[in-house]
Design a binder for this molecule. Structure first.
Ligand code: BV8
Length: 230
């Protein structure tokens, strides 16, 4: 079948083979820190030092020279480049591996690890080094207003209007490397089904939303995604 509009959703599983830990695997990040402490506005208000330290560690890990895009990231960039129809890649991931693989039509719905945001003005900017609550904001000069430019639990994800518009008229929805735990991303397959799209799950194992997908491909993203795309 020739598709005319593709939406791809990726989660932590697509970056696992690049060396970025996933959230719910046994060595998952959350296990080292309860979600409430490091990925909620309340956690940040209670202990900004801990939260800055949590994200500084992840920012440093992401900039380790061994962490590079894998074949799955590259295959999606290739698909975007050669596909003549509409294409949107939505990622829950906050790493920069899709960009580094060459993806352009990309939206980070949960924010980006290599950016900070001013709590006062909402101004966000690239920041690859450590962050702390002692830094002054570049926009208002105030101290203590900077936070990671990340969407925490209880906060509204980004680009939602654009994403729902794309989902409501796509004819192929491809979900890769996500456990289907976290909403609203986990609900995207239902919107795509409503639009009559062919819905495909590529994952290491069945996700929480497995029954909503028309096609299932289980295995390593770095093998299954290039195979599916080519
Ligand atoms: C919202 C940034 C409403 C942080 C993340 C109570 C209070 C408030 C909200 C809620 C609540 N109860 C429920 C909710 C909703 C909540 C939610 O869904 N909670 C869950 C836990 C039940 N959602 C929210 O809060 C969202 N916001 O609802 O706002 C609102 C409305 C109006 C106005 C204001 C607000 C916001 C959610 C965003 C949270 N931020 N990330 C950070 O990264 O530090 S979520 C976090 O989980 C990451 O983004 C991650 O990507 C995402 C999802 O996880 P996955 O990507 O799926 O990763 P996971 O490890 O789970 O799975 C990996 C999969 O890959 C596995 O299945 C594995 O088998 C597979 N895999 C592994 N290796 C491979 C592989 N597959 C292929 N190949 C491999 N090699």
């Amino acid at each position: 079948m020739e598709y005319r509009s593709i939406v791809v959703l990726t989660g932590a599983g697509i970056s696992a083979e690049s060396g970025i830990r996933t959230f719910r695997a046994s060595d998952g990040l959350w296990e080292n820190h309860p979600i409430e402490e490091v990925a909620t506005p309340e956690g940040f208000a209670a202990d900004p030092t801990l939260v800055h330290r949590f994200y500084n560690a992840r920012r440093a890990q992401l900039q380790d020279t061994a962490v590079v895009p894998n074949a799955a990231h590259l295959a999606l960039a290739e698909l975007e480049q050669h596909f003549a129809g509409e294409f949107l890649l939505v990622t829950q991931n906050v790493d920069n591996l899709h960009e580094r693989a060459g993806s352009h039509a990309l939206r980070h719905m949960h924010g980006e690890l290599l950016r900070l945001r001013c709590n006062e003005s909402g101004y966000s900017f690239d920041h690859h080094g450590d962050s702390s609550e002692n830094e002054s904001c570049v926009c208002c000069g105030l101290k203590g207003t900077l936070r990671p430019d990340i969407v925490w639990f209880g906060e509204m994800p980004m680009f939602m209007d654009e994403i729902y518009t794309a989902l409501s008229h796509c004819d192929l929805f491809l979900s890769i490397g996500t456990s289907g735990h976290v909403y609203p991303a986990a609900g995207f397959v239902e919107v795509a089904n409503e639009a009559g799209a062919h819905t495909v799950e590529i994952n290491l194992e069945p996700s929480q939303k497995q029954s909503h997908f028309k096609e299932h491909i289980y295995g390593l993203a770095s093998e299954c995604v290039p195979e599916f795309v080519n």
